[in-house]
Design a protein around this ligand. Sequence first.
Ligand code: DGY
Length: 320
Amino acid sequence: MKVFTTRKIPQAGIDLLEAEGITVTQWQESRELTQEELIAYSKEADGLLLSGRRKVDTAFLEACSHLKVISLFSVGYDNVDIKAATKFKIPIGHTPDVLSKATAETAFLLMIATARKAFYHHKRIAKGDWDFFEPTVGLGQDLQGKTLGILGLGNIGFEMAKYCKGAYGMDVIYHNRGNNEQAEKELGTKKVSFEELLAQSDVLSVHANLTDELKGIFNAEAFGKMKPNAIFVNTARGGVHDEDDLKQALESGTIWGAGLDVTNPEPMDKNNALLDMPNVSVLPHIGSATKETRDAMAVLAAKNLIAGLKGEKLPACVNP
Ligand code: DGY
């Protein structure tokens, strides 16, 4: 059996595949392969490990309907047409749970960095602008006792809620389709409407999958309903927010700050005005980027591939 991976993945995953006698070909270049290249390499393989921005749509699935499994090196699967894959009987694997703590930690980091304008102060030193102590300039805001609002309280949101409650005694409210009874019981979180989430959150952190319903949901109208001291944190998908509207909301003081690990579009242009705003912290989509987490993702992604190639149920399957 042969597997093609669109990125070099940690050796832990490769070792598992090779121990099963699977031949692995890894994309070696530091550029996104084109859709045509993806199809060409996938045609030579029985299983595909997909990381990056390429789409698995009907055209791809028609061209590569022979694939026994597609294993995503991510928890998010918004680049895959799951309905179509299911119609083609191709199981789609992903990597939930193993990255929850690392990703929540990134959200927590962005929240604090934004509240304390850390990236801005770091840049000040680099610019030689550290010559005078000014008690009223460049101030951040406290997080103690504030309200954290979570859109999408799944595993990652739950970890973020635990960090914020433990560190700052924050009250946690959330908006979800269903109820998260465990979080309600263990952390006293309260489910609210989307409107209430906007109106009551001091920090609003997004941890939801990008669905059609959520595309661009954080637009001018939504930012307009948020508190002027609110910090918007997004470690989920940039498609959830409208970047021009976010810029406008920050410039006008409609909201106070933003911490982004995901941008819209990605990668963010180096001249993007958000990068120069004192209340904005931006990271290049590194939510799960710790050695331990990436190893665990590689192992789970490899297990999904192995199961799919054997025609068995994937340990973490997206298809219903
Ligand atoms: C994920 O796991 O979904 C990360 O955002 C990487 O795409």
